[in-house]
Design a protein around this ligand. Structure first.
Ligand code: FES
Ligand code: FES
Length: 954
């Protein structure tokens, strides 16, 4: 042990410790929690910032010996428990705190900048934040922080975006209620709740993409002092289950065990070690001896489609007992394989690797093609990309009062409880899942990828267990976007009127079938209803392979299909000589259109035709065209820099009609204030804030008189979770319904006490019930109802379901510069114009859109999970897998809204924003590249190499 002296947050400290230990780990052990971790300490995320002698540095890159004698400041120094400082306030007002995992680092970087530069420019801000990864915000609003900060110091008014609709709280850019806690680096994330005596869980992942474990010897590892338990296929439960966080009965197959004898992808579980420290667990992993029978893996979509090598050779069963012709296959199945269990058939044939098959049609496409003036057929490829949340998957499991408590970074606490219950064989009332702050989800945390294993091991050992993926594990053991091959055929008249659309999608689900059918179906189900076309046909085939599991990722299949369909329409426009925007204008849906196609589009089962109640799409097109001055681009003046404009129209849904459900409970307290219990899961998007805004608006009181408890299975009602863009529509819908019920109960009770008819009473801000002759305060009402003669505490609960899609629409338009010497593409302008009904909180909505656009620019230009022929991922770290940082965003980057209203919706249609914003960049950039240099890039990502190839330069 060495003696180490340094100044920490203004106080001289003296510690005994190991000088060769990581400074970050050392400081966290001293209770400094604000340093986060997103990259396994290789210096590529910038989330572990501290100020060292006046400069921000990554604490993970320092050893304890290097901080000796020096001065360190962390966010804790600048944070008062009860107050926030002015810079923190400016960050909150700018809307840059979404999940908040990066916020302490961003704060320290801006603070250091302000200490050194009096009037920072955009360039200075970019430099200061250049090393910090924020996967949520898209960075653009970070440029507003300094401006707001200066105004706050000068006592000036801060102008904030508000909805055009006149309301007191909804539609206003109020501050996100959890922002202060997040920016101050206080306890919020799973990692902050781990007890000092917790055990650690580490998994031995398979080095092979496909293999049988023929022998496994854990005896040496078990003898290591501090090892608590080792799980392998030999002592793992045989339960077969699925990890998709979807409503039961899931359309995804149950196709895995906790640990099976066959491994289906690189990183698949071979053994799991519980030990008293991470170091011991890692050492034990090294001592496990394994022999494999290595199999030839199925790596590409084409290999999977050929069916020559079976990915899953296990027996296939259906819930209803009907084997559907699998008798012979099952009889021959290798017992070392994991069986596949279906809740109901979804058209696949596991004897050919096809996990699912779906499709739909309307009209007669063949006849329509035969009558068309122009027909075009093209094929597009999208690649496997990763959500890359700043916080990797993490959970902490413990036994409390004989029950299992799971602290999770999850989008689906309700589904997690159900899945854990089935694996452990215990009833759901013995399990509590608490969603802690989530450091970015984007779909990858819609699956129960680690809570299954940690829960089982806690349940059988009785130990508290902390389990966290490394960044490499996050890439190969978590889920990613399905790679797809999409064929599009279009038939049109000379004037650009589309007669027929046919799409054939081939999708790679990887080793397991999480969301296989539903994600892949959305590649057609989301973009096709953008168009008023009478003849449509789509077919979707989904295949297993030995790549890491695909799953849910923001957009849920729509980015792939939107890219293919929109680019093909642009190609058609070019061929027939009609302006692309004119084709869009001619064919898009409008308010009042009857959408017969929707009957074919349900994720599960039969859907129904629907009238589009509000559609601002055409307005978003016109606004976007005006903003960019469509077809009037200015050339760069340099012969090798070509400028191009591109555009795409996009949509998504707002939850899943007839499947999703949200629930909420509102309780009135003794002083008339309220507590809201909402099942909905806030991933940093601001849903809790919007819920409080909704209650504040409807029940006529200030937001600080409302407290919200959300996404804790013991304390909140069931909600399907945060996915499918359902939050604002479903979860907030439930909160609004509960508010209406509470209003009704309050008026009924007040009528009795005020001796006036209920119809003559109304709620009046702030916290009054006013009649024709008298009034009473909420506090008085609460006191009376809760006294011995009252009706009891007023509690209202409500549910929200719907059969309607509440489609949000948008137009994304951009300008790019293509360097014809290098093939590089620079997106210089990007404007996203959205119809989300009435934006409930415009600053938060904009943040969602900026963030999604930057993720999709990444998918379009540089993000790609690269595998070798044996199925090994070659770039499973942030050094080799590039994600956007602040210097990668467009110089001119804007988000605007076109508001739409519906009579039946008092506060405006609550359409989603978070997912559809990721659908636009690929087709917009692809069409802009063509406009610039005349080539079509039909495969993600649009790398310089592909562009130079198309230009004939290499
Ligand atoms: S954890 Fe330190 S830079 Fe990523
Ligand atoms: S808000 Fe920056 S990582 Fe989530």
């Amino acid at each position: 042990m060495d003696k180490i002296k340094f100044k920490l947050n203004g106080v001289e400290k003296e510690f005994f410790g190991d000088k060769c230990q990581s400074a970050k780990v050392f400081l966290r052990n001293q209770g400094i929690l604000s340093m986060r971790e997103g990259c396994d300490g290789d210096g590529n995320c910038g989330l572990c910032n501290i100020i060292l002698d006046g400069q921000t540095v990554n604490s993970c890159l320092l050893l304890v010996g290097q901080i000796e004698g020096r001065e360190i400041y962390t966010v804790e120094f600048f944070s008062d428990k009860k107050k926030i400082d002015t810079l923190q306030e400016a960050m909150i007002l700018a809307g840059v705190i979404q999940c908040g995992y990066c916020s302490p680092s961003i704060y320290l970087a801006l603070k250091t900048l302000l200490d050194n530069v009096e009037k920072p420019t955009r360039e200075d801000i970019s430099d200061a934040l250049s090393s910090i990864l924020c996967r949520c915000t898209g960075y653009e609003q970070m440029y507003d922080v300094i401006d707001i900060y200066k105004k706050l110091l000068a006592g000036e008014k801060i102008e904030r975006a508000n909805s055009e609709k006149e309301m007191r709280v909804i539609g206003k850019s109020v501050c996100k209620i959890d922002s202060p806690k997040l920016v101050k680096g206080e306890k919020a994330f799973v990692e902050d709740f781990v007890a000092s005596d917790a055990c650690f869980l580490k998994v031995l992942g398979s080095p092979h993409a496909s293999a049988y474990v023929t022998k496994i010897d854990v005896s040496k590892a078990e003898k290591l002092p501090g090892v608590v338990y080792i799980l392998t296929h030999e002592n793992s439960p045989k339960t077969v289950y699925g990890r998709s966080g979807q409503s039961y009965p899931e359309p995804s197959p149950y196709d895995r065990r906790l640990i099976g004898q066959k491994v289906y992808h690189e990183g698949d579980r071979v053994a799991a070690v519980v030990a008293e420290s991470l170091e011991i667990a890692e050492k034990a992993i090294e001592l496990i001896e394994v022999e494999y029978e290595v199999l030839k893996p199925v790596v590409t979509l084409e290999d999977a489609m050929s069916g020559e090598i079976l990915v899953h050779g296990g027996p296939v069963y259906f819930k209803d007992g009907n084997l559907r012709g699998y008798e012979e296959h099952n009889a021959k199945a290798d017992p070392r394989e994991t069986p596949i269990f279906w809740n109901f058939p979804i058209g696949g044939d596991q004897r050919t690797n096809m996990v699912a098959k779906t499709g739909g049609k309307m009209g007669d496409v063949e006849l329509a093609f035969s009558k068309s003036d122009a027909i075009i057929e093209r094929e597009y490829r999208t690649k496997k990309v990763h959500c890359c949340p700043s916080e990797p998957h993490v959970c902490y499991t413990e036994i409390v009062d004989g029950r299992l408590v799971v602290h999770a970074s999850t989008q689906v606490p309700g589904h997690a409880r159900r899945i854990i219950s089935s694996i452990l064989g215990i009833s759901e009332n013995k399990i509590r899942v608490i969603k802690e702050a989530v450091g970015g989800g984007f779909g990858v945390k819609q699956d129960v990828l680690m809570e299954d294993l940690a829960s089982y091991l806690t349940w059988i050992t009785g130990k508290s267990i902390y389990y966290r993926y490394s960044r490499e594990e996050e890439f190969i053991a978590a889920t990613s976007r399905h790679d797809m091959k999409i064929k599009v055929k279009l038939g049109a008249n000379k004037d650009g009127k589309l007669n027929a659309i046919q799409m054939n999608v081939y999708s790679n689900t990887g080793a397991f079938g999480n969301h296989c059918m539903t994600v892949s179906k959305n590649s057609c189900a989301v973009p096709l209803p953008l168009f008023n076309v009478e003849n449509i046909k789509f077919d979707i085939d989904i295949f297993y392979s030995n790549l890491p599991n695909a799953g849910a990722y923001r957009g849920y299949g729509a980015p792939q299909g939107t890219y293919a369909l929109m680019t093909c329409i642009a190609e058609l426009a070019k061929e027939i000589g009609v302006d692309y925007l004119d084709i869009l204008r001619k064919n898009t849906v409008r308010s009042g259109d009857a959408m017969e196609l929707l009957a074919q589009m349900a994720e599960v089962g039969k859907g129904s035709a629907e009238i589009i109640e509000s559609c601002g799409l055409i307005d978003t097109i016109e606004k976007a065209a005006k903003m960019i001055d469509w077809r009037n681009k200015k050339e760069s003046g340099k012969p090798h820099i070509k400028v191009g404009q591109g555009v795409a129209i996009v949509q998504q849904k707002s939850g899943i009609p007839n499947v999703d459900t949200g629930n909420a409970i509102i309780k009135q307290l003794n002083d008339g204030t309220f507590i809201v219990h909402m099942g909905g899961t806030d991933l940093g998007t601001g849903m809790n804030t919007i819920a409080v805004q909704a209650v504040s608006e409807h029940l006529k009181l200030d937001m600080d008189k409302i407290h919200i408890i959300a996404a804790d299975t013991d304390n909140t009602p069931f909600d399907v979770g945060a996915y499918a863009s359902s939050g604002t529509h479903f979860s907030i819908g439930a909160v609004l319904n509960a508010s209406k019920k509470m209003e009704n109960k309050m008026l009924e009770s007040a009528s009795f006490y005020m001796n006036e008819p209920k119809e003559d009473l109304k709620l009046v801000y702030p916290m009054k019930i006013v009649g024709k002759n008298s009034e009473m305060s909420y506090a008085d009402l609460a006191f009376k109802t809760q006294s011995g003669k009252g009706c009891g505490q007023l509690i209202a609960n409500a549910n929200f379901t719907t059969h309607l899609h509440a489609f949000p629409y948008a137009t994304h338009i951009c300008e790019v510069e293509v360097n014809t010497n290098t093939g590089e593409v620079n997106v210089t302008k990007y404007y996203a114009i959205h119809d989300c009904g009435v934006p409930m909180n415009p600053v938060l909505a904009k943040g969602q859109i900026f963030g999604a656009v930057i993720q999709s620019i990444g998918h379009s230009l540089y993000e790609e999970m690269i595998f070798d022929k044996d199925g090994h991922m070659l770039n499973a770290n942030f050094m080799d897998y590039k994600v956007a940082k602040i210097k990668d965003i467009p110089k001119d980057f804007r988000v605007e809204f076109v508001e739409t209203y519906e009579d039946k919706e008092e506060y405006g249609p609550r359409k989603s924003v978070g997912e559809l914003s990721i659908n636009g960049a690929s087709p917009a950039i692809a069409t802009a590249i063509h406009d610039a240099v005349g080539v079509w890039i039909r495969e993600w990502p649009f790398t310089p190499e592909k562009i130079l190839k198309e230009l004939g330069k290499i």
